[in-house]
Ligand binder design. Structure first.
Ligand SMILES: [Zn+2]
Length: 173
């Protein structure tokens, strides 16, 4: 699976998530698809709304977290994002794949970016725990399940899209 990560990377707190995120549901597409050159701007608006929300939910407000949209070449192969953090300074930088480079419908892209942000924030929650190369794969799987459960819980009470459901990404939320 190519999950090797050097001890130096582990020490720096660098993690990446798997590309294949099986079993996640994507909302049916009803909104018109934005053009490729608008996607990243719209996604950044979306991120600006979601990041503080999830930081608050996970009680990570004391961390100064930023999210950068990066090109695929800036990410490790087969990953869609990563996080680097400094525990002493309480800073974290999450990198997510630029929305214009996702090969999927825009709403599914936003869902995926949100999933990545939640996944990486959970890494911050666990920043104080001991880690090892041996536990890394299990940790990634556990974090994926937690992130999926949290997002599913959030969406549980929302009406289906097209029925007055979640606002399109260009709206103020
Ligand atoms: Zn991860």
């Amino acid at each position: 699976m190519g999950l090797y990560l050097s001890p130096r990377f582990l020490k720096l707190g660098v993690f990446s998530i798997c590309t294949v995120l099986v079993g996640r549901c994507s909302a049916p597409q009803t909104a018109p698809e934005p053009k490729i050159d608008q996607r990243n701007r719209l996604a950044e608006e979306f991120i600006r709304g979601k990041l503080p929300l999830w930081q608050h939910r996970l009680h990570l407000q004391d961390w100064n977290v930023t999210v950068l949209s990066v090109h695929r070449t800036d990410l490790r192969e087969h990953t869609l994002g990563n996080i680097h953090w400094d525990k002493e300074k309480r800073t974290g930088v999450i990198r997510v794949l630029n929305a214009s480079e996702y090969g999927m419908p825009f709403q599914a892209t936003l869902n995926d970016i949100e999933f990545t942000i939640v996944h990486e924030l959970i890494h911050l929650e666990m920043a104080s725990l001991p880690r090892s190369e041996a536990s890394r794969s299990d940790e990634e799987h556990a974090i994926n399940r937690l992130a999926a459960a949290l997002i599913q819980f959030e969406q549980r009470d929302k009406p289906a899209p097209g029925l007055g459901g979640p606002l399109p990404p260009s709206s103020n939320e």
